[in-house]
Design a protein around this ligand. Structure first.
Ligand code: ATP
Ligand code: MG
Length: 892
């Protein structure tokens, strides 16, 4: 049975049974910093389980895309773990409970294929239950009829389920099938989880858990408002069972990728070994890794994740790199993704047609990432080779942690590769040192990021303020000033204050405020808070925990106490300028998409007074001509004087209207949509201009790369854009005046002038050398005879360099009859100092004369060179003649 058919049957079965079928949410659609991807079918339903929102339906069913990073290392080594997989689930929100869940699962799984079921043999089914859950065990035995020996009790680690983070949890019961002796040892799930394959987990959600690590180490906070059911059946695992294959890398949605990889690398899959995954040949494991990771990469990029260095982007990068590494270990060193991704697309697009539509964008990211990584590998390997040969030359046996860290940090060279290549060369690597440096770096980055946002890392003080007084209402969409009450005062380290006086820098929380806290790239408001006689200058506003708005302020006069009535007033000019930049950012975003396609999605932004920065995903540089067109289109929109409107609506409605929503952003059910006429529509919590014409002018300054696949444009808005253009205009006018040409010819003229200058300099150089050397023959002819040695003493012409002086000395020497011993001394004055060059010919050297000795003698030791030519300096300029005389005196 094909995977798509299993999915269809599952949903049809539960739909007929009164369940509302819900679509899968995208993989990154989760609003929790502890979890990067949806990892179970129940994730989108968490608010209903917790009772935070009333469930819209008593029963639901879905097939949810999941990604589990903890399973990365398992891939290929077990038969049952994919990184990406799909979870079929049925959910009851306070409707049916244990018996309802168990009887439904059993019915569907054992119902004959001809009647719409999966036709598994009930005699081969085993189940596990939580050791305290006698009720579930009784249902399995009494109602279903499973013999007691195939019902296994297990502890919290195995049979108590949670998402791994705070949220709903409860005891569960898991359904296994015995695949037979060729898959492993007898004895049930507790003995061998590969032979006894878990395919369905029924969770009885009735508690809420708190924070903690591991599968057992967390507190139970209490009972949920209702008793719920959450089930998860692995679609791939069921497909492996119903397709009669050994593992989930061999099902119809994965196997073709594996086969293509085998073909490319010339590897024979399953050439050796039996059916047990853990005993497979390493090449088989590698092929499975390639197939799994390529598929996961396709699904992740399809859902809007792009390769990056942290968070989700890093998981994607890691998966793609592991696939590339595996291909390389199989002997394939060229780009492989262009061969593999189209196969993955064909496997998955029957269930997810958007993958085929979006394949150009998806493949651009994947192929770009592969090329970048292959060149990293090339560069890093060279550097590593050098490090290895140095270490060996120095007699070492181990690369230092710093070396490995630097390779990783500067070149992105993965540690596992460093380990492997070093091992091939018989060297070890100080892995512990490497991990320590990595941990230090990570801690630094984290503390930095936190400290930058909040000033101090501990958020508990803010949480307390929030819990005490509830959320702070932001009124600044419609007003610039308002009277409110001082709810709390904190010092810079987060300690609560009762009051503060003149000169203090404090944090102020009001009950309501018109001040916008920095967020969504928009810079915070500045302004004033007045309390009686007291006056506070607000210089920053942050929201360290959602729902709380914190003003950072300096008390410039009087004092302030908790409970005071306060008048809060924002700096309206600054707010206007920031709002205009924010609206401009929406226009840049939309216009980039118009020119570069849907894939140009926002990756970050900054909206400051008069200027903006916009980061977005796109594979390559934006050509200057496109940038010009983008700029022009934006300014045309300004001239159209479009109205900027905002309204609050449901998330579904907003998406239906085509509003741009960013993956990974936090959106509740109600969302705020900002639209600029009919031109741009985006989910946004920021403040904006009222009409597009208020922006006046948008000037794009430049575009640059800030990472693989991420570009940045910077632009000026309004008067700042005008001032910039005016300044440029002034500059060009002045140049035109200086060059005496019309402005449009300035560039040509500068180019010509620079070229002419360069020629003139070259000519000058030649002339100077000629000048210096022209006197050489005359000087030689006039050599004085000093006790049998021909001696020439001269001062080099004014413009000469020390190189010229050396050439002159040498040349004069050459002009003297080689049979005569000859010594030439040249002095040179420059910068108030005199230097001396001495040349000695071969005949004189035979008589024991040395240029170096003569220079040192004249300059009392300063200087050096060879017996033939030497120089020295540092004497006062006036002493030049004395230097020459000293050389002469030193002649024998
Ligand atoms: P295992 O112990 O085999 O890793 P699990 O206990 O982590 O499984 P659950 O969290 O209960 O699994 O998930 C519910 C169902 O989802 C499982 O019964 C299984 O069918 C499927 N599943 C879980 N993890 C994976 C995976 N990495 N790849 C494919 N299917 C999976
Ligand atoms: Mg698991």
């Amino acid at each position: 049975m094909r995977t798509a058919e299993i999915k269809r049957r599952f949903l049809a079965y539960f739909e007929k049974d009164g369940h509302v079928v819900r679509p899968s949410v995208p993989l990154p659609a989760i609003d929790d910093p502890n979890l990067l991807f949806v990892n179970a079918g129940m994730v989108p339903f968490v608010p209903y389980f917790l009772g935070h929102r009333p469930p819209p339906w008593p029963r639901a069913a879905s097939v949810q895309k999941c990604l589990r990073t903890p399973d990365i290392e398992e891939v290929g080594k077990t038969s049952r773990h994919g990184t990406f997989f799909q979870m079929n689930g049925n959910f009851s929100f306070g409707d049916y409970f244990k018996e309802g869940a168990i009887t439904r699962a059993w019915d569907l799984v054992t119902k004959p294929v001809a009647e719409g079921g999966f036709g598994l043999d009930g005699d081969r089914i085993w189940v596990t239950v939580y050791h305290e859950d006698q009720e579930a065990a009784d249902i399995w035995h009494r109602v279903i009829g499973i013999p007691r020996e195939r019902i296994v009790f297990r502890g919290k680690a195995d049979n108590f389920w949670s998402m791994g983070i705070p949220g709903p949890c409860g005891p569960n019961t898991e359904i296994y099938i015995d695949r037979g002796p060729e898959y492993g040892r007898e004895g049930g799930p507790a003995v061998d989880e590969d032979r006894y394959l878990e395919f369905w987990n029924l969770v009885f959600m009735q508690y809420e858990r708190g924070p903690g690590t591991g599968k057992e180490d967390y507190p139970i906070l209490g009972e949920l408002p209702a008793k719920n059911v959450d089930t998860g059946m692995g679609l791939e695992r069921m497909a492996a069972l119903l397709q009669g294959v050994d593992n989930l890398y061999e099902i119809d949605e994965v196997r073709p990728i594996l086969d293509r990889a085998a073909e490319l690398t010339g590897t024979r899959y399953h050439a050796t070994g039996g059916r047990v995954a853990s005993e497979s040949h390493p090449d088989d494991v590698r092929l499975r890794i390639v197939a799994d990771h390529v598929r996961s990469g396709l699904m992740l990029i399809g859902d809007g994740v792009t390769p990056g260095n942290e968070g989700r982007g890093y998981v994607l990068r890691r998966l793609l790199r592991r696939a590339i590494r595996a291909m390389r270990l199989l002997g394939f060193e060229e780009p492989s993704f262009p061969h593999l991704f189209p196969v993955a697309r064909d496997c998955m697009s029957p269930s997810y047609p958007e993958l085929a539509r979006d394949f150009d964008r998806i493949s651009q990211y994947a192929y770009g990432e592969e090329e970048a990584f292959l060149s990293t590998l090339r560069a890093g390997t060279t550097i590593l080779d050098i490090a290895i040969s140095r270490t060996k030359a120095a007699g070492g046996t181990r690369l230092s942690g710093e070396q490995a860290f630097q390779l990783h940090d500067t070149y992105g060279f993965p540690i596992d590769l460093t380990l492997e290549i070093a091992a091939e060369q018989g060297l070890q690597v100080d892995e512990e040192g490497f991990r320590r440096l990595m941990a230090e770096q990570r801690a630094r980055a984290k503390a930095d990021a936190q400290a930058r946002k909040t000033g101090h890392v501990d958020l508990s003080a803010y949480r307390a303020v929030l819990e005490e007084g509830g959320e702070v209402e932001f009124t600044g969409y419609t007003e610039a000033a308002r009277e409110s009450r001082v709810r709390a005062l904190l010092d810079r380290r987060g300690a609560a204050l009762a009051g503060a006086g003149e000169g203090d820098e404090i944090e102020v929380v009001l009950d309501t405020t018109p001040f916008y806290a920095e967020g969504g790239g928009q810079q915070p408001d500045h302004g004033l808070i007045t309390v009686g006689d007291g006056k506070l200058e607000v210089f920053d506003v942050q929201s360290p925990v959602p729902g709380l708005i914190v003003h950072r302020a300096r008390v410039v006069r009087g004092e302030v106490r908790v409970g005071d009535t306060a008048y809060a007033e924002i700096d309206l000019a600054r707010r206007r300028a920031v709002s205009h930049s924010h609206t401009a950012t929406h226009l840049v975003h939309q216009t980039m998409r118009n020119f570069l396609g849907e894939s140009a999605t926002q990756a970050g932004s900054l909206n400051a007074p008069g200027r903006l920065r916009f980061d977005f995903n796109t594979p390559g540089a934006v050509p200057p001509s496109v940038l010009r067109d983008v700029e022009q289109q934006i300014n045309e929109v300004l001239l159209r004087d479009l109205e900027v409107r905002w309204f609050v609506t449901s998330q579904e409605e907003a998406l239906r209207m085509g509003a741009l929503a960013l993956f990974g952003e936090k959106y509740g059910e109600r969302v705020r949509v900002v639209e600029v006429g009919d031109y741009a529509r985006e989910l946004c919590g920021g403040t904006h201009a009222h009409r597009s014409s208020q922006l006046g002018l948008v000037k794009i300054l430049h575009e640059s790369s800030i990472g693989a696949g991420v570009r940045r444009v910077e632009a000026l808005v309004g008067l700042d854009a005008f001032r910039y253009l005016a300044r440029e205009h002034l500059l060009v006018s002045r140049l035109a005046e200086l060059f005496r040409v019309p402005p449009e010819q300035v560039a040509d003229r500068v180019e010509q002038t620079v070229a002419a200058l360069r020629d003139a300099e070259k000519e000058l150089e030649q002339l100077r050398t000629q000048l210096v050397l022209s006197g050489a023959a005359t000087l030689a002819a006039a050599a004085e005879d000093v006790r049998g040695t021909a001696f020439v003493a001269t001062e080099a012409p004014e413009a000469a360099t020390s190189g010229d002086a050396r050439t002159l000395a040498q040349r004069v020497c050459d002009h003297i009859d080689p049979a005569r011993p000859a010594v030439v001394a040249v002095t040179l004055r420059s910068g108030g100092k005199a230097s001396l060059v001495v040349a000695v010919n071969a005949a004189a050297r035979q008589h024991g004369l040395s240029a170096a000795a003569l220079v040192k003698g004249a300059l009392s030791g300063r200087g050096g060179g060879s017996p033939q030519l030497a120089q020295g300096g540092g004497a006062p300029a006036a002493e030049a003649p004395a230097l020459l005389a000293a050389v002469r005196r030193a002649l024998p």
